[in-house]
Design a binder for this molecule. Structure first.
Ligand code: BV8
Length: 243
């Protein structure tokens, strides 16, 4: 049973912003980054998810993304994704801001999604920016080249790269406008995403965090729901429905 104060908060909120991280896709089989079996266990992020890494060793970086693309292709939405898709319909305004690049929120039926860090299923040429779907490329250990000769990279935001301006602007306007902010399944260490719950709170929003363990955000949260989001979110939706 979820704390009745949280149910009341959800019932009384009109404009909600949600930030998700890798934790929401963990129960779909997508590895997280910083957990015990995380992607960053064997590599430092800068060695793989940065423009310098790609420039220095495009084949190695492309092989890592090919491995992730093939893995994500077999990952389906879990009850946490579906609960968020349902939650979207409860409020006057609902913005789903995600750090995830796996595209699973859209598969689950969410609509107003802001992909802060891009989407692993899209690719473009570093030189002429021509876009390439995965089906036009060879996934594996050799990077692909564009007809112009440029290297083709995944359409994700790497460390040291700016986030897409329009997406960032829309995200921050939802952050300052919301009366409830829910941070779900993120270690809250990657910026500027990690600033968003703090900014929402500063602007007067209530702040709920859902995670398997405390994060640097937890002390700032009004409510911390400890546990798996694939369990907590459906329970939350059921309690709100029955309230
Ligand atoms: C930028 C690429 C301007 C795609 C990723 C201050 C302000 C601005 C920038 C910075 C700053 N300080 C430092 C920076 C630089 C840097 C940064 O934040 N570094 C950190 C590491 C200190 N930020 C940037 O470079 C950003 N760009 O700001 O541009 C600029 C330009 C130049 C110089 C300065 C500034 C770009 C950031 C984006 C990087 N790209 N990924 C890809 O390959 O995927 S980041 C990567 O981390 C993923 O995108 C991921 O989404 C993101 C965050 O990780 P999480 O989603 O939180 O995942 P994690 O594994 O860490 O945690 C999972 C959590 O889930 C855990 O807490 C776990 O307990 C929980 N969990 C697990 N299972 C469950 C669960 N919870 C509930 N239920 C479960 N079942």
């Amino acid at each position: 049973m979820i704390d009745t104060n949280i149910i009341k908060l959800l019932k009384n909120s009109r404009r909600v912003a949600v930030l998700t991280g890798a934790g929401i896709s963990a129960e779909s089989g997508v590895p997280t980054f910083r957990g015990a079996d995380g992607l960053w266990k064997n590599y430092r992020p800068e060695e793989l998810a940065s423009p310098i890494a790609f420039r220095n060793n495009p084949d190695m970086v492309w092989e890592w993304y090919s491995w992730r693309k093939n893995l994500i292709k077999n990952c389906a939405p879990n009850p946490g994704h579906y609960a968020l898709a349902k939650m979207e319909k409860l409020f006057e305004k609902f913005t789903l801001i995600t750090q995830n690049v796996d595209g699973i929120h859209r598969q689950a039926g969410s609509d107003n999604i802001l992909e802060l860090h891009g989407n692993i299923n899209r690719n473009f040429c570093c030189e002429c920016r021509k876009e390439y779907p995965d089906n036009d490329l060879v996934l594996g250990s050799k990077v692909n080249r564009c007809s112009c000769g440029g290297l083709i990279r995944p359409a994700v935001v790497w460390f040291g790269e700016n986030l897409p301006e329009e997406v960032l602007e829309k995200a921050f306007s939802a952050v300052v406008d919301c009366d409830l902010f829910i941070s779900i399944g993120t270690s809250s260490v990657v910026y500027p995403a990690a600033l968003m719950p703090l900014k929402a709170k500063e602007e007067g929003a209530a702040l709920i965090e859902i995670n398997m363990e405390p994060t640097p955000l937890t002390p700032e949260s009004d409510f911390f729901l400890k546990g798996a989001c694939g369990v907590i979110l459906p329970n939350l939706m059921e309690d709100v429905h029955n309230a």
